[in-house]
Write a protein that binds this ligand. Structure first.
Ligand SMILES: *Cc1c(COP(=O)(O)O)cnc(C)c1O
Length: 349
């Protein structure tokens, strides 16, 4: 086996969806965000396990991502597209029965002209200044847009992962101001907002990262496990250096393992000389630079040489690796890439 193994725990995904679903009242629907190929774990398999867990409403970033999800789920699931209705999307939206979240007056015009009567949602900007109609635009088109019976009105919180930030309450106030009295289903919260409390839930929540085992859902079950086969080991003498640019020097004799996996596998170069790989509860420090396909690891603490070392495992989750790399779990997951042998566990219930 020459590549790393990425094992995806489908039961953990289902359990995370159920745990997030239990954070809101029974009257609130819990959707599922499966954009970016299901946060890098495979949109089709992830969508199927979420549907079996009870999810009925799915979200993707762009219309192209809707194809795999529609194929996996059949006609009954609702699939929303955050990016809305872009030029060139019309056939895909129609043929795959996708629901674009219309973000601008341009998109409203395009949708109503190209696909009159076809379902749509509306995204409002409540202060993040990323996607959605601004309050003044909304005021101008509100009556017309509502007369076309949108399926959903949503906005997105910028700081929901920081419960102390006053921005969420500001955005909530703005969202209420823009949508009270509309009688249309509303959605404001991703994973972070779902954990902020019932006033953030409205009719539908849209968790993503929490389903895949990432913060800010601290109680999430880990989903992704990665182990990397050891290709070679060598003893290095005191004073010998390891890896590109000789950034690590052995202080004494050490046993170094070279594993198959590197930054081309999403194992970010920023963990060079900082992170650890694990075996049986023992941390083995990364020494020297992470290269494209290889990582060098000090395994002197191990009593024997194992066939592989773990980088995502019980002792070290996506957020631990992210913290070492100076990034977030979302980036670690979605970076993992195509070179792993991918396996799943569970998901058969
Ligand atoms: C990505 C995204 C989500 C899911 O966010 P998580 O933080 O992963 O739960 C929800 N809504 C929108 C608009 C998004 O872009």
């Amino acid at each position: 086996m020459a590549t790393g193994t990425l094992t995806i725990d489908l039961d953990a995904i289902a359990a995370n969806w159920q745990a997030l679903n239990s954070k809101s009242d029974a009257s609130v629907e819990t959707g599922a965000v499966v954009k970016a190929d299901g946060y890098g774990l495979g949109a089709a398999r992830v969508a199927r396990v979420l549907a079996r867990a009870g999810a009925r409403t799915f979200f993707v970033a762009v219309a192209e991502e809707g194809a795999a999800v529609r194929e996996a789920l059949g006609r009954s699931a609702e699939i929303y597209v955050f990016g809305g209705h872009m030029a060139g999307d019309t056939d895909m939206i129609h043929d795959l029965d996708l629901i674009p979240m219309l973000n601008s007056i341009n998109q409203l015009t395009r949708h109503f002209e190209a696909l009159p009567g076809a379902p749509f949602g509306l995204q409002l900007d409540t202060g993040m200044n990323r996607l959605g109609l601004e309050p003044a635009e909304w005021a101008a088109v509100r009556e017309l847009a509502l007369s076309q019976a949108p399926r959903l009105i949503m906005s997105h919180l910028a700081s929901a992962d920081a419960p102390d930030s006053p921005q969420s309450a500001d955005q909530l106030r703005q969202f209420l101001e823009m949508t009270d009295g509309t009688d249309i289903r509303r959605s404001l919260s991703a994973t972070g907002g779902t954990l902020l409390g019932p006033q953030y839930h409205f009719d539908l929540t849209r968790p993503g990262i929490g389903l895949y085992g990432g913060m800010p859902f601290a109680n999430a079950k880990p989903v992704a496990h990665v182990s990397l086969p050891i290709i070679q080991t060598r003893l290095v003498a005191p004073g010998e250096v390891v890896g590109y640019n000789a950034t690590w020097t052995a202080p004494e004799e050490r046993l170094i393992a070279t594993v198959a996996g590197g930054y081309a596998d999403g194992l970010l170069r920023a963990i060079s000389g900082k992170g650890s790989l694990w075996h049986d509860g023992v941390a083995c420090p990364i020494v020297g630079r992470v290269s494209m396909d290889l990582i060098t690891v000090d395994i002197s603490a191990l009593s024997e040489i194992p066939p592989s070392l773990d980088i995502l495992c019980a002792e070290q989750g996506v957020d631990d690796v992210a913290t070492t790399a100076g990034t977030i779990g979302y980036e670690v997951l979605t970076s993992l890439g195509a070179r792993y042998e991918r396996k799943t566990i569970g998901g058969l219930a």
